[in-house]
Design a protein around this ligand. Sequence first.
Ligand SMILES: C[S@@+](CC[C@H](N)C(=O)[O-])C[C@H]1O[C@@H](n2cnc3c(N)ncnc32)[C@H](O)[C@@H]1O
Length: 274
Amino acid sequence: MNEQIKREESVHGKHWSKLHGGYFSEPMVAYPLIRKVQMIAGKSEADTIIDLGGGTGSLLSLLLAEGIDRNISLVNLDASDTQLEAATRSETSCVRGSVDSFSRHDVGAEDGNFLFMMRSVLHYFGEDGLRPMLRHLRTQTQPGEYFVHQTASFRHQHDADCMNELYQIMRTPKWYPTVDFLCECLKDEGWQVLEVLPGLPLPLTKEELRRRYDLSPAELLRISDQFLSHPLVSEDLFKKTDDDFCAFLHYWIYICTPVITDKPNKKKPEMTVK
Ligand SMILES: C[S@@+](CC[C@H](N)C(=O)[O-])C[C@H]1O[C@@H](n2cnc3c(N)ncnc32)[C@H](O)[C@@H]1O
């Protein structure tokens, strides 16, 4: 198991649904992504939906509850045993594996028609691992398939910089791109970005950060000082009250498909680039 996942074990499994105000189990938060996945699954005639870094399987459960063709296989691929143990729905299958090294063969019939979805996982790969991960996924994707992901990312460079400083103080390699930079990386790694739309922000309270990353009072103070020392920090990114603070991770949903190069017989996507 990778070090980051090991460090977060205390918030995984049965604790996960309550973390960050219940963000990861709240249907309202997930609906924009779920609606897109439902729509694209129908349009692309996917036979398998793979949730990359699917955690406790809450997105796949919601997809089932909201309605998806019952002939579509649902697969949760995650690297954490604790998360997968909590993902117990019989209608979905769990695969233990890493997003940056799995093979198509691990998650379904190689000649199947896959739809890859992902929420809040890309930042685990850090600045250096982002492009290799996107490249790896591209090698596991066929023309006409889709990669729909909700990724923490920021419209403005200074917001991304502030958040990355926060994560450095917390001694984690997690890293957040700007929306423009992520689109550039996706394109460089062979993806066409068809649409980008906003998701709901995730509140990171002082107490939850302390617990999740085992932070000392001095580290918490540094985080607060760091944000307050930035002239451009808005209340969308960081709010301070007397003895407390809350930072906000911003999310965007990216609809991507592999760039088609030399396979004219494969079905081309019909969506409009925004
Ligand atoms: C923030 S959680 C999101 C969980 C789920 N996608 C959701 O939205 O509820 C990130 C998940 O990614 C998983 N993860 C992190 N790095 C991974 C990797 N390299 N391969 C597979 N899963 C990974 C973690 O175990 C965790 O379950």
